[in-house]
Design a binder for this molecule. Structure first.
Ligand code: UAG
Ligand code: ATP
Length: 486
C-alpha cells in the first residue's frame, strides 16, 4: 500500500521530512517484527517505550516511523501524531482494507459474561447457518481455525489481520476495557454492541468505577449508523448506559426484569435454569444450557442478539438446548462419593457471589471453596471476595493463583494476612494449588460442592507438587488415582 493512502486518515502534528509516496509492505509496533519497507509505530507502553527502539527499527528496514514524541534526529521520515496507539489502529484498519465494513460485527463488553455470551451466540448462529469468527479470552477462531489468544481483545495489528483473514459472515468479539482505552478497536465499526454488567474489577488500572464505566462506553461510540446497543438494564450501570445512549439518539434494545424492557424476563427459576422471556405478545421458555442466574442472563443476551437475525425464534431456543458449555466456566464433575467439583473462572466478587448462590439453589449441603488472588491485579477486590466466600461457603482454602511479578513469599504473606483479617476460622491456607485441591477432594462427601475458581480454562503459571497443568487436569489426576470418578 502507498504511504499517502495509509496515513490519509491520521491527524499529523508534525513531520521531519517528506517521505514521498513510497510503497509500504507492512506495519510493526515492535522493533522485533520490523522488516524492509515497514512503518514502525513507536508506542509508549506500560513497561517500555517504543520510541527507544526507533534506531533498531530503522536498522531492521523501517522506512517510516510514527511516534508521539517531538523528535528531530530521526534519520528516516518521522511522522509525529498525538496518540501512537490510536494512529496504529487507524493505519492497521486502512492497511487491511477496513475489513469490518464487510461483516456483521458484534462486540461484547462488561465485567463478566463476555466469553460465555459470545460462545452461546456463536453456537446459535452457527446452528442456523451463519459462519462466525470468535475473538476472545480463551482463543480466537477464524474460518474454523483456532489460534491462541494473548489478550481478550488483541492488539490492532493482530485484530485487523484476523478480521482481514476471516471469510466468516459474522464476527463476535469480546471488547475489554483495556482494549477500549488502548485503542485496540480503533477503526472498527459494530452492528451490535452488548453490555452485560459492570462490577468491581480492574480498578488498579481504571482508578474508579466511573472511569471503568467510561472505558466501556467507548465501545458504543463505535456503533454503525444503524447499529444496535443490547443492554442488560438489571445492572445499574446498564441503566446508566441506556440513559446516555438514548440521549444521544442511539438505537437501544434492553433486557431486564421490569416491564419497560424490550425483552422482559418475566419469570426466573434458578433451580431449573429456566427463564420466561416476553417481547410484545410473544412469551416463551428458554432453558439455559449452563446453570446459575448469571448464565441465564448470558443466555438471554445471546438470544436477544440472535433475534436480530432472520432466524425463527423456535430455532433459536432449540439450538440453545444443545449448547455444550464453555471451557472452564461452571464445569462440573460428579465424584463417585456424591460430591460435585466445579471449575470456574470467577475472579470478581460478583462472579463468586453467583457461583456460591448457584450451588445453594442446586441443593449443596456444604461448600468448600479453593481459590487465590492474582499477583499485580486489582488488590482492592480481594477483601470483598474473601468476605463473600467466608460468609457463603462452609470452608475455604486460600491457595496460589498466577503470581505474575509477585514473589511466592509476598503472596504467602498476603494470603495469611487476608485470611486472618477478613476470613473465618473455617478457612485455611494451603499454598500449593494442587495440594489444596487434593485436600478438598480427599475430605469431600456426598452432596458437598467444591469450587475451584480463578483459573478456569487457563494453564498454571507455577509448577506445583502434582504433575498437572490446570485445575481440570488436577481433578482428573486425583479422581482417577482415588477411583472417585462417577
Ligand atoms: C498493561 C497492558 O495492558 N499492556 C498491553 C500493552 O502493552 P504495552 O504497549 O504497554 O507494552 P510494553 O511492553 O510496555 O512495550 C511498549 C512498546 O515497546 C515495543 N517494543 C518493546 C520491546 C522491543 O524490543 N521493541 C519494541 O518495539 C512494544 O512492542 C510496545 O509497542 O499493549 C499490548 C498490545 O496491545 C498488550 O498485549 C499488553 O497487554 C498485556 C500483555 C496484558 O496483560 N494486558 C491485560 C491487562 C489486558 O489487556 N487484559 C484485557 C482483559 C481484561 C479482562 O477483562 O479480564 C485484555 O483485553 O486482554
Ligand atoms: N452474567 C454474569 N454475571 C455475573 N457473573 C458472571 C456472568 N457470566 C459469567 N460470570 C462469572 O464470571 C466468570 C467469567 O465469565 P466469562 O468468561 O463469561 O466472563 P468474561 O467477561 O469473559 O470474563 P473475563 O473478562 O475475565 O475474561 C464465570 O466463570 C462466572 O463465574
Amino acid at each position: 500500500m502507498r504511504l499517502q493512502h495509509l496515513i490519509s486518515e491520521l491527524e499529523i502534528v508534525n513531520r521531519n521530512k517528506e517521505a514521498g509516496n513510497i510503497e509500504i509492505k507492512g506495519i510493526a509496533d515492535s522493533s522485533l517484527d520490523v522488516q524492509d519497507d515497514y512503518v514502525f509505530v513507536a508506542i509508549k507502553g506500560f513497561q517500555l517505550d517504543g520510541h527507544a527502539y526507533i534506531e533498531e527499527a530503522i536498522y531492521k528496514g523501517a522506512s517510516v516511523i510514527i511516534g508521539e514524541q517531538d523528535l528531530s534526529h530521526v534519520s528516516k521520515p518521522y511522522i509525529q501524531v498525538k496518540n501512537s496507539r490510536k494512529a496504529l489502529g487507524i493505519i492497521a484498519s486502512s492497511f487491511y482494507g477496513h475489513p469490518t465494513s464487510q461483516k456483521i460485527m458484534i462486540g461484547i463488553t462488561g465485567t463478566n459474561g463476555k466469553t460465555t455470551t459470545s460462545y452461546i451466540l456463536k453456537h446459535i448462529l452457527e446452528s442456523n447457518g451463519y459462519s462466525c469468527s470468535l475473538i476472545g479470552t480463551i482463543q480466537n477462531v477464524v474460518n474454523g481455525e483456532v489460534t491462541p489468544s494473548m489478550n481478550s481483545t488483541p492488539s490492532p495489528l493482530q485484530l485487523q489481520k484476523l478480521l482481514a483473514t476471516s471469510n466468516d459472515s459474522v464476527v463476535i468479539m469480546e471488547v475489554s476495557s483495556h482494549g477500549l482505552t488502548q485503542y485496540r478497536v480503533e477503526g472498527l465499526e459494530f452492528d451490535y454492541c452488548l453490555f452485560t454488567n459492570l462490577n468491581h474489577d480492574h480498578l488498579d488500572y481504571h482508578g474508579s468505577m466511573e472511569a471503568y464505566f467510561e472505558a466501556k462506553v467507548k465501545l458504543f461510540e463505535k456503533l454503525k449508523e444503524n447499529g444496535m446497543a443490547v443492554i442488560n438494564t438489571d445492572d445499574s450501570w446498564g441503566k446508566k448506559l441506556l440513559v446516555k445512549l438514548q440521549s444521544e439518539g442511539k438505537r437501544c434494545y434492553t433486557i431486564g426484569q421490569s416491564n419497560d424492557n424490550r425483552l422482559q424476563l418475566t419469570h426466573i427459576n434458578a433451580g431449573d435454569s429456566l427463564v420466561v422471556v416476553k417481547e410484545a405478545d410473544d412469551s416463551r421458555f428458554i432453558q439455559s444450557p449452563m446453570i446459575g442466574i448469571h448464565n441465564i442472563y448470558n443466555t438471554v443476551m445471546a438470544y436477544a442478539t440472535a433475534n436480530f437475525f432472520p432466524i425463527n425464534k423456535n430455532y433459536i431456543t432449540e439450538s440453545i438446548n444443545d449448547f455444550q458449555g464453555v471451557n472452564g466456566r461452571f464445569e462440573m464433575t460428579k465424584l463417585s462419593n456424591g460430591a460435585t467439583v466445579v471449575v470456574d473462572y470467577a475472579h470478581t466478587p460478583d462472579a463468586i457471589f453467583h457461583c456460591l448462590n448457584t450451588a445453594r439453589y442446586y441443593g449443596a449441603k456444604s461448600i468448600t471453596h479453593v481459590f487465590g488472588f492474582r499477583g499485580d491485579r486489582d488488590s482492592g477486590k480481594r477483601k470483598e471476595m474473601l468476605s463473600i466466600i467466608a460468609e457463603k461457603s462452609d470452608q475455604y482454602i486460600l491457595t496460589l493463583d498466577d503470581l505474575n511479578s509477585i514473589s511466592m513469599n509476598e503472596m504467602e504473606e498476603t494470603l495469611h494476612y487476608l485470611h486472618e483479617t477478613y476470613g473465618n476460622e473455617k478457612g485455611k491456607v494451603i499454598l500449593d494449588r494442587t495440594l489444596a485441591i487434593k485436600h478438598a477432594i480427599e475430605h469431600s462427601e456426598s452432596e458437598q460442592w467444591i469450587f475451584l475458581t480463578g483459573k478456569g480454562h487457563e494453564k498454571y503459571q507455577q509448577t506445583y507438587k502434582l504433575p498437572t497443568q490446570s485445575d481440570k487436569e488436577t481433578i482428573e489426576y486425583l479422581t482417577i488415582a482415588q477411583n472417585l470418578v462417577e
